[in-house]
Design a binder for this molecule. Structure first.
Ligand code: GLU
Length: 502
């Protein structure tokens, strides 16, 4: 019977969860879910100088947000210190590891000498077999030993699920320090001891760890444990082909969350970094990924983080949601932009920035008009601003393009539109379209000569959702007021836009 699948995600809580780390976590999670195995979470917080409890909370929060649920209790590596040291002592007792009393400067001198003689240095195990009395004498002399694992002669060969066969000559690996002279366990020991105790069947991690794997294999073997399978994931690069870092912009998952990316889009986008299905499909629901993800389709080439593709995918996931869902998700962004008040505590009512209730049907229509245009939830608050407040600026480019060339004519046209709209009894898309058509015929002008200046007057912008639809959604009162306001302010606005032109 094959071993039950148990994988672990082992982030170090030294900052906000990095995209690369989330990617590793996600591939573990997808693999576990696909294989009906277990996804375990281990917080590698042994670096006390860099680990902080708030980063641990941030990891939980982001994993929950991404929908990456973990099985079993979280393992905190720092709490297993005694266990790691006990493991090392047992290795000493069984002769697989030894206490090494060399001083760092002595080792340095030996390495230098070997180099000068054209040899490579490996620990000569001078202290491996000393008696207790000799050890006591060394310690009385002020020496404190490290514990080193004996690396056997020969070659370490393993089959990486992604990289294929990897062979390492053991003579290139020095006997590994697993406990420092101050008695604290080293990273390699902690990782392997925990993997053994957690009965991890597959170690799936970033390729930057591949050089550790031969060492880890020796530790697994020394501990008498079954070897897990190894899979090393490709590196994520920025568009300049350098390793993804802060220089490339936002690199933590929470920054994307705060910028209005959807968890499903993050999951979808990250899954495509290194995984290919063989067809052209790029949009995947979470359920599809859980069904289709396979380690055998992960490639070894580095993979490039393409922000435009990420935005596009996010837009696709936005389109996959109902207006109701989108309203709920975009509300925090509208609140943050000061456009709505977010409702009374505990109540259901949303209020606009003036404290007036936001009609639910209105919200649904607004979302319906914006959904195709917004690639992030944050854009609902930018592109949709004019739906929630009269307080918007006239974009000076839009003013120059559609108002400045014929200000008197535009003032007249805006005035006619105001009067005709005010006179409508039925204020819907068809009726406003008819107004524009009739006016352009009457005045011998093109419909565009009404449409463009009118959009600037009502929204401040030169582009946006279908004008007749947005007019109908804004409603008669708001449109008439805004047209009048624009008509009065137009000469000054045109003047200012000209100055700003540079
Ligand atoms: N804590 C390590 C990291 O964050 C992961 C170690 C491992 O997966 O073996 O890179």
């Amino acid at each position: 019977m094959s071993r039950p699948v148990r994988v672990r995600f082992a982030p170090s809580p030294t900052g906000l969860l990095h995209i690369g780390s989330a990617h590793t976590g996600l591939f573990n999670w997808l693999f576990a879910r696909r294989e009906k195995g277990r996804f375990l979470l281990r917080i590698e917080d042994t670096d006390t100088a860099r680990s902080r409890p708030e980063w641990v909370d941030a990891i939980f929060e982001v994993l929950e947000w991404m929908g990456m649920d973990w099985d079993e209790e979280v393992v905190h590596q720092s709490q297993r210190f005694d266990r790691h040291v006990a493991r090392a002592r047992a290795l000493v007792d069984s002769g697989k590891a030894y206490r090494c009393y060399y001083l760092p400067e002595e080792l340095e001198a030996k390495k230098k000498q070997a180099l000068a003689e054209g040899r490579s240095w490996r620990n000569d195990r001078r202290y491996a077999d000393i008696t207790d009395a000799e050890a006591e004498a060394l310690e009385a002399d002020g020496r404190k030993p490290v514990i080193r694992l004996k690396i056997p002669e020969g070659k370490t060969v393993f089959q990486d699920r992604i990289l294929g066969e990897i062979a390492v000559e053991n003579e290139t690996i020095d006997d590994l320090v697993i406990v420092r002279s101050n008695g604290t366990p080293l990273y390699h020991l902690a990782v392997v001891a925990d993997d053994v105790d957690m009965n991890v069947s597959h170690v799936i991690r970033g390729i930057d760890h591949v050089t550790n794997t031969a060492k880890h294999i020796h530790l697994f073997q020394a501990l008498g444990a079954e070897l897990p399978e190894f899979a090393h994931l490709p590196s994520i690069l920025g568009e300049d082909k350098k390793k993804l870092s802060k220089r490339h912009g936002a690199v933590s998952v929470s920054e994307y969350r705060d910028a209005g990316y959807l968890p499903d889009a993050v999951v979808n986008f990250l899954s495509l970094l290194g995984w290919q299905t063989g067809d052209d499909q790029e949009f995947f629901t979470r359920a599809e990924l859980m069904e289709r993800f396979s380690l055998d389709q992960v490639h070894k080439r580095d993979t490039v983080f393409d922000l435009r593709k990420f935005e596009w995918l996010n837009g696709q996931h936005i389109m996959a949601l109902s207006n109701e869902e989108l309203w709920a998700l975009s509300k925090p962004f509208l609140v943050r932009a000061g456009l709505i008040g977010g409702g009374q505590p505990g109540g259901q009512t949303d209020v606009d920035s003036d404290g007036r209730p936001v009609d639910h049907a209105y919200a649904m229509e607004v979302v319906g008009l914006l959904r195709e245009r917004c690639r992030t939830l944050a854009e609902f608050a930018v592109q949709g601003r004019f739906f929630f407040t009269d307080d918007f600026d006239y974009n000076s480019k839009a003013v120059r393009k559609h108002w400045s060339k014929d200000p008197d004519g535009v003032v007249a046209r805006i005035g006619w539109l105001r009067d005709e709209f005010a006179a409508l009894t039925e204020f819907d898309t068809e009726a406003v379209e008819e107004v524009v058509r009739d006016l352009s015929e009457r005045e011998g002008l093109k419909a565009a000569q009404f449409i463009h200046p009118c959009r600037v007057a009502l929204t401040g912008e030169m582009a946006g959702p279908s004008l007749f639809h947005l007019i109908a959604v804004l409603g008669k009162e708001a449109c008439v007021d805004r047209l009048e306001n624009a008509r009065v302010r137009l000469p000054k606005v045109v003047e200012k836009a000209a100055v700003g032109q540079g």
